[in-house]
Design a protein around this ligand. Structure first.
Ligand code: KIV
Length: 265
């Protein structure tokens, strides 16, 4: 990667319609492999609670876990933009949010991700005003899995879909720098993406967003669960793991992934 990727890089990519590629990373070695394959954004996701720690949700993940993995990824990074998740209940009050976001930024994050809609607007404003870019994670928000009642597609109901679009606009107006849409119908993701000027990343949200993200274990086909929106790129590789990541990057850039079979109507 020649120049480090910044938020400005992603804004420009959105403007000219070039897709960007994101993947989760939890350690230094994989972070380096992902960068060499051309990934633009690495997310230290709280999915580490499930794929690394073996929990059945992301709820047990702590700030100490996130800081540790962020530090590891930072050491292996070669120019990708680094985003870190604020884990469950680490952004429940303003002072707690600011302190925890600062810990992640000191550990190497360049942006923090929070799950929620209108209720995180004020938090987003406070972080953004203090120089901490925010990615707002909407749609299926795994930290609310007990309220939602399972890992299910969100926004099929027209009223809920309208709320998601309105909340996306609201979050942009409160200073969000990026949105991540998880498990929503393709048409809704397209509408959200067209409603905001900030870059929009999708997972299970179809092809009409600005960037795609997948959990690294899904790209490599080693997760025990296989939701509709994941694809194992290892069989397309002639070069093991680096080749699989390159295949993922190329498929996103060329608009081949996600296909209709990976998306929801
Ligand atoms: O924690 C995570 O890895 C995520 C992705 C599923 C987008 O939020």
């Amino acid at each position: 990667m020649s120049k480090p990727v910044t938020l400005y890089t992603l804004q420009e990519m959105k403007r000219i319609g070039e897709k960007f590629v994101c993947i989760t990373a939890y350690d230094a070695l994989f972070a380096g492999i992902f960068c060499k394959a051309g990934v633009e954004v690495l997310l230290v996701g709280d999915s580490l609670g499930m794929v690394l720690q073996g929990h059945d949700s992301t709820l047990p993940v702590t700030m100490d876990d996130m800081v540790y993995h962020m530090q590891c990824v930072k050491r292996g990074n070669i120019g990708a933009l680094l985003i870190a998740d604020l884990p469950f209940m680490s952004y429940a009050s303003p002072p707690q949010t600011l302190e925890n976001a600062a810990r992640l930024m000191r550990a190497g994050a360049q942006m923090v991700k929070l799950e929620g809609g209108a209720w995180i607007a004020e938090t987003t404003r406070q972080l953004s005003e203090r120089g901490i870019p925010v990615c707002a994670h909407m749609g299926l928000t795994p930290q609310s899995i007990n309220r939602i009642g399972g890992f299910r597609v969100q926004g099929r109901d027209p009223q809920v879909a309208t709320t998601i679009i309105e909340e996306a606009r609201l979050l942009e107006s409160y200073g969000a720098s990026m949105l991540l849409l998880e498990c929503i119908p393709q048409q809704l993701a397209k509408a959200v993406s067209a409603s905001v000027s900030i870059p929009v990343i999708g997972i299970g949200a179809g092809k009409d967003v600005d960037g795609q993200i997948m959990v690294m274990h899904d790209v490599l086909g080693i997760s025990p669960i296989h939701p509709r929106f994941v694809k194992n790129f290892l069989p397309e590789s002639t070069n093991g793991i680096p080749g699989a990541i390159t295949a993922y990057v190329q498929a996103v850039k060329n608009g081949i992934f996600p296909a209709a079979e990976h998306s929801y109507d």
